[in-house]
Design a binder for this molecule. Sequence first.
Ligand SMILES: CC(C)(COP(=O)(O)OP(=O)(O)OC[C@H]1O[C@@H](n2cnc3c(N)ncnc32)[C@H](O)[C@@H]1OP(=O)(O)O)[C@@H](O)C(=O)NCCC(=O)NCCS
Length: 243
Amino acid sequence: MKSYPLRDTGFSVDLVPVAPNVFGFKLTHPDNSFLFPEASEWIANLKRAILENGDKELHLRLDKQRFKDLLAELPVLGFQLKHERTEFHSPVADLPDDQGTPISWKPMESLEEAAKALHAVAIGDPDYDPNEDALEGIKYYFGDANFKASSLQLGFIDNKLAALVIVQVKPDGWSRITYMGVHPDFRKRGLGKWVHRKGFSLMKEMGGKNYFGGTVSTNQSMLKVFRESGCRELRVLQEWIRK
Ligand SMILES: CC(C)(COP(=O)(O)OP(=O)(O)OC[C@H]1O[C@@H](n2cnc3c(N)ncnc32)[C@H](O)[C@@H]1OP(=O)(O)O)[C@@H](O)C(=O)NCCC(=O)NCCS
């Protein structure tokens, strides 16, 4: 894929595939300094990339605070705002575990069972498309070599499916909750925090060190769950698409 060096800064913009025929721009800073290039530099390079790749679907994900000047230019360049995500961070050691939970948990037994449960708990998530193939989604998680059956747990209350949590921990301790949800029949009873905490307990067991999580900024219930867990708000990312 072609790389576009930014003139004086040493930064480069790469086009990276994110899905078939869908590409994202990746900004690389050479020495990990946090001196970001001027918006004018960015825009010049973005225009050049669009001229050469405008036939492809292009995605941009940018920090709302840091790239204020650039964000104002994106509609002019044909990008549309898809959504905003609020991201959080916490050292895993600082997170509460799920002692005292009212939920009984068990690891998934089959891909089909997990897919059915994922579909049931995801209803109402503004970021979930009910026409999406949940089974394909589960298979995709298994593409990660560190993913085990115990990374996906189903939660029951009175023998009824009440919740699901999926956790990912990389060998360097980077951790995330790939997905979590409460079944619609069990929502608004304060269970969200217990599902989140089950995720934290699994992370601890799996050697997690740093938890990074996030949700679309319109998911008010999930934002409340994050804040209740004591996670620190890291940044707000906007995703823009040019079709
Ligand atoms: C987000 C989600 C996990 C929250 O789970 P939940 O168990 O309903 O969470 P809580 O009960 O703790 O909080 C939800 C709401 O109920 C309220 N609530 C909590 N306890 C309550 C109680 N005992 N009685 C009435 N309301 C209550 C909370 O104040 C909160 O209010 P809000 O939605 O107006 O902000 C759930 O809505 C869900 O599964 N959504 C679909 C999947 C999803 O979005 N997953 C996250 C993807 S990142």
